[in-house]
Design a protein around this ligand. Structure first.
Ligand SMILES: [Zn+2]
Length: 336
């Protein structure tokens, strides 16, 4: 395949998002439904950055643990973040491979479940009530967490053929109905239900995240999120508003209606908040600040505020400033 397509796989959530995204702090800011606002630790690469964030928000600072935190870094950060962790993004501690609950390879599934068990234990140690998960991939292979190792897998012909928009290696709305996709989605759903029930026994909500509509990824559309929400009372959702923004352009649906559809499931446990520079013909998972590029922030916040979800800033820049925007708008101290 040609170079631009392969290059397009190195898109933002992989390199900007995944490698530099921040975690959200959850602030009990008097949000009328009691949900918390916080930041993802994926964007905080040093203890100093965590300390500075806590200095700004004091008792209200809340965090989502990141899938990029090694066991060592997690141990170092523990004295700072203990008592402030509201959710964990699997896998935490970080692992060699991302979970792939869609695989037909029993070894890949067994490893994924073992990693998810470790993440559950991490959540319990920190008192986090939610674990966010990217459910899996349209492949039997284990998906390396290192971008360099992942790149050649995502450039395989079985992925390339379903690309509809080269910019970002983005699929079309028909992808989820294709014979190559369906068996993977079905296997993932079955295992998600079993895993969610296991988590529920420990009073932790397993929340599946809607992803950037990149070929090879599972679960992007409002329809799929509704299907997931209806699978089992114990299976929850993480609504990533930035990812859905990209999907709305790629699939051609009304973004705010899509948000309302997902929130209307009543199953959104957590929201990831970030913006990006996507528009028709441009598909970027930038994880930018919220007040940029015409992102309809006021409308988005008013929709997600109606849910009881935690609001986790997952931008790669200015975590404190973005947290403040969300916090102040939720408490009516800021008009957007
Ligand atoms: Zn996210």
């Amino acid at each position: 395949m040609n170079q631009p397509k392969i290059k397009a796989f190195g898109i933002q959530h992989e390199e900007q998002g995944a490698d530099r995204v921040t975690n959200t702090n959850a602030l009990t800011t008097g949000c009328k439904n009691g949900a918390v606002t916080g930041a993802s630790l994926v964007g905080m690469k040093s203890l100093k950055e965590i300390e500075e964030y806590i200095e700004q928000f004091g008792q209200d600072a809340r965090f989502e643990l990141s899938y990029q935190m090694s066991a060592e870094y997690l141990a170092q950060a523990t004295p700072l973040i203990r008592g402030r962790v509201v959710s964990a993004h699997a896998c935490c501690p970080s692992t060699e491979f991302f979970p792939n609950l869609a695989s037909a390879d029993p070894e890949v599934v067994a490893q994924s479940l073992a990693d998810m068990e470790a993440t559950l234990q991490t959540a319990l140690e920190f008192g986090a009530k939610i674990v966010v998960l990217h459910a899996g991939y349209v492949t039997d292979l284990a998906m390396p967490s290192s971008y360099e190792a992942r790149k050649p897998i995502l450039a395989r012909p079985e992925f390339i053929k379903d690309i509809r928009h080269e910019d970002g290696a983005i699929c079309g709305p028909e992808y989820r109905l294709s014979p190559g996709y369906i068996p993977y989605a079905e296997r993932a759903k079955e295992r998600l239900v079993a895993l969610a029930r296991r988590y529920a026994k420990s009073a932790v909500r397993l929340a599946v995240e809607n992803l950037n509509p990149r070929v090879g990824y599972l679960f992007h559309s409002p329809e799929e999120m509704l299907e997931l929400a209806a699978l089992d009372p114990d299976l929850w959702l993480c609504l990533d508003v930035g990812h859905l923004y990209i999907t709305s352009f790629a699939f051609g649906f009304d973004y705010l209606e899509g948000l309302k559809t997902i929130v209307g499931s009543g199953k959104v446990a957590s929201c990831h908040l970030h913006a990006n520079s996507s528009r028709n013909g441009r598909y970027r998972d930038d994880h930018f600040s919220l007040e940029q590029n015409g992102f309809p922030l006021a409308e988005v916040l008013s929709i997600v505020a109606a849910s009881e979800a935690n609001l986790i800033v997952e931008a790669v820049e200015d975590l404190a400033g973005n947290t403040r925007i969300v916090q102040e708008s939720m408490t009516g101290r800021r008009l957007l």
